[in-house]
Design a protein around this ligand. Structure first.
Ligand SMILES: CC(C)(COP(=O)(O)OP(=O)(O)OC[C@H]1O[C@@H](n2cnc3c(N)ncnc32)[C@H](O)[C@@H]1OP(=O)(O)O)[C@@H](O)C(=O)NCCC(=O)NCCS
Length: 215
């Protein structure tokens, strides 16, 4: 009995081991399927550590993160995100799938960025019609490769909804909320809730105390 018990335990262990190795391997090369619906967290943490040198940073599959990017502890970047340029990302930031952050961008602590968001800290120069747009290089030379760079600043605790575009040079104040599908062309004050194309301030978030006084 004892030997049978040990035997089945070993088989279970070996099977589990093979399954773990296979699913970790597949999760690198294949899209998520019913076989490996969740990529191993260890892999995401390993990528995070390699990209940032910080603890508790998770980076999903298919991401592009340039070496100029600085990412702080506790941040999660989901699959297929591009972080390209002089980007600084604070602590405990969450960036959802298929988002693109490019140019010069500073993102504060605790920011939530939804899926399919584009944040552009740069744009092509285009006014000279005698030159192809691609040839209208910026004064910073090769590093910004034809772009007009103006930093985007996103304060702490901001929530940016899905499919939002943030233009170059925009500052979004602490605690602001940007509604789905907005195009943010101007600065947004702290705690403002705004949406639309172009995004306009619709209301302000309230403290619990102010809400209780109104009620
Ligand atoms: C930020 C957000 C939640 C604000 O919602 P809210 O303050 O509760 O606003 P309401 O839903 O009460 O809408 C109020 C009005 O503004 C409109 N509105 C709300 N958000 C809008 C937006 N992003 N774009 C255009 N109009 C919007 C509504 O249609 C409504 O109009 P009506 O009064 O004519 O019916 C909302 O803009 C948003 O982004 N929702 C999507 C959330 C989402 O995708 N979550 C999952 C991913 S993280």
């Amino acid at each position: 009995m004892v030997s049978t018990y040990n035997g089945s335990t070993s088989i279970a262990k070996i099977t589990k081991c093979i399954y773990t190795v296979l699913s970790a391997g597949m999760s690198v090369f294949l899209p998520r399927t019913h076989i490996c619906h969740k990529e191993s967290n260890m892999l995401r943490l390993l990528r995070g550590w390699l990209c940032s040198g910080k603890r508790n940073v998770c980076i999903g599959k298919g991401c592009v993160v340039t070496s100029m990017a600085k990412i702080d502890e506790g941040t999660t970047i989901e699959d297929y995100v591009r972080v390209v340029g002089h980007i600084t990302i604070g602590k405990n930031v969450y960036i959802n799938c298929f988002t693109m952050i490019s140019g010069e961008v500073v993102i504060g602590d605790g920011v939530l960025i939804s899926q399919f968001v584009t944040i552009w800290g740069r744009a092509h120069r285009f006014m000279n019609r005698d030159l192809p747009i691609w040839d209208q290089h910026g004064k910073h030379g090769i590093t910004d490769n034809g772009y007009d760079v103006q930093s985007v600043k996103i304060g702490t605790g901001v929530w940016i909804g899905p499919q939002v575009t943030v233009f170059r040079g925009v500052s979004i104040g602490d605690g602001a909320v940007i509604g789905a599908g907005s195009v943010v062309t101007h600065d947004v004050p702290a705690f403002a809730v705004c949406w639309g194309v172009p995004a306009r301030v619709v209301k302000y978030r309230q403290s619990e105390q102010a809400a209780a006084q109104k009620a």
